[in-house]
Design a protein around this ligand. Structure first.
Ligand code: RM4
Length: 259
């Protein structure tokens, strides 16, 4: 049982109203953390976050929603100023916020390239920079866990804007592991494979695509957000104190099944 292993900890989970981030927030709350549920300003996102906070509170956990577009420095500053004011500190940062609108190379635009890079990579930088300063100044160590992806290791014909950002997130965690290790702050990546969420639900409605991918996955199914949440919760715990600069592939065996 892991309930209670994060008691007294404050966790910020970016983009946690839906998908993997939601499952991560639920799990960290189950393990005892107070969870700051960050969500972007797009229509409907506040409702997703509110429903998550209500679910966590109904289950006896602690959570509150904070809107911020992680690609915007001023909004990230406000997010962490709110955490500092209302919680006093942050122990765990999960950089989950990410977008991947599938787009073929010939139709790729500078605007789409910039937006995906701003949310996925710059957002991870902005949040990690603010959170690590708070962790350093408090002197109690910390955990930074970023959602990279199997796409950090392999390409994607419809993800030419996205895969570089996930490789960048992984590399940033490796460098930050060096910088922040002396402060007792670990930095790691979790790399989901094909996890069924809103980010790819429409993509998988294309006939045959889901069956094609499931046939390539040794465990025989697409992943669920909770499959990823367990890996994040482990890295957030004291059990992972000696793990930093590492990555955990959560893909059902997809990556190794290339022959
Ligand atoms: C992941 C991987 C999955 C895709 C998501 C959006 O990195 O490529 O197959 O569904 O991105």
């Amino acid at each position: 049982m892991t309930e209670g292993r994060l008691k007294g900890k404050v966790a910020v989970v970016t983009g946690s109203g839906r998908g993997i981030g939601r499952a991560v927030a639920e799990r960290l709350a189950q393990d005892g953390a107070l969870v700051v549920v960050n969500f972007p300003g797009e229509p409907g996102e506040a409702d997703h976050a509110a429903s998550l906070v209500e679910e966590i509170r109904r289950a006896g956990g602690e959570a509150w929603p904070v809107e911020a577009d992680v690609s915007q420095a001023d909004q990230v500053a406000r997010l962490f100023d709110r955490v500092a004011a209302d919680a006093g500190y942050v122990d765990i940062l999960v950089n989950n916020a990410g977008i991947c609108p599938f787009q073929d190379w010939w139709g790729m635009t500078e605007a789409l390239w910039d937006r995906v890079a701003a949310v996925n990579l710059k957002g991870t930088f902005l949040c990690s920079h603010r959170a690590s300063r708070m962790m350093r100044d408090r002197g109690a160590g910390g955990r930074i866990i970023s959602l990279s992806s199997i796409s950090a290791l392999v390409g994607g014909a419809l993800q030419t804007h996205y895969t570089p950002t996930k490789a960048g997130v992984r590399s940033l965690m490796q460098s930050l592991a060096i910088v922040l290790g002396p402060y007792g702050i670990t930095c790691n990546s979790v790399m989901p494979g094909s996890i069924l969420t809103d980010i790819n639900r429409a993509h998988y409605e294309e006939p045959g695509l889901r069956a094609r991918d499931e046939a390539r996955i040794p465990v025989g199914r697409l992943g669920q957000p909770r499959d990823v949440a367990g890996a994040v919760a482990f890295l957030a715990s004291d059990e992972a104190a000696y793990i930093t600069g590492a990555d955990i592939l959560v893909d059902g065996g997809l990556f190794v099944n290339l022959q």
